[in-house]
Unconditional design. Sequence first.
Length: 231
Amino acid sequence: MGARILVVEDEMDLAELVSFNLREAGHQVTIANNGSTALVEIRRMKPDLVILDLMLHDISGLEICRRIRRDEETARIPVLMLTAKGTEVDRVVGFEVGADDYVVKPFSPRELTLRVEAILRRAHGGAEAEAERQIIQNGRLTIDIPAHRVTVDEVEVPLTALEFRLLLDLATRMGRVQSRDALLERVWGYAPGVETRTVDTHVKRLREKLGEGADCIETVRGVGYRLRDLP
């Protein structure tokens, strides 16, 4: 049995195309043609993934994503945004409100299906791996894995699920340089060579949120990133 996926898209032809390809891949798909219906369906069905159009007629995709992340019952549901906007600013805003991935229109159905499979694989595998670990301490930085909680100087840092996975991946390989391709493959579930700027965008946001703990993430020019000791 495949995943339960909610497709939120007000262009009916595109919604049907996305739905058809996901059903062909073995998933159960529900379509919501506006934001209001989407919010009702998210609460009702608790989908394994939401594919969310950014530009809806009634409620923006950004606002829907914010509401998903604010609600404890839905906060861990992965969100894949679909949009005609593809600038770096648009991607940053999407990731900032908690999107797990971002696909720009027009896109190939095959690409979308692969992105969906990567997100679902990452969400399932991440839950199993995190259950086996406990707490990682790096100076003033604490990563409480079972609680999915990060603190700096005992002050909680609110991270999205993707930001948490990125920080955890670096923390479990303390002191070792991780290339952008390696991070994309492990954290995002992509094959090497896919939009390495995605990693840079998330690291920038992660550093901003860590505040006084930002210095623990070191850039290794031309290679990638590593987590170093934080006093």
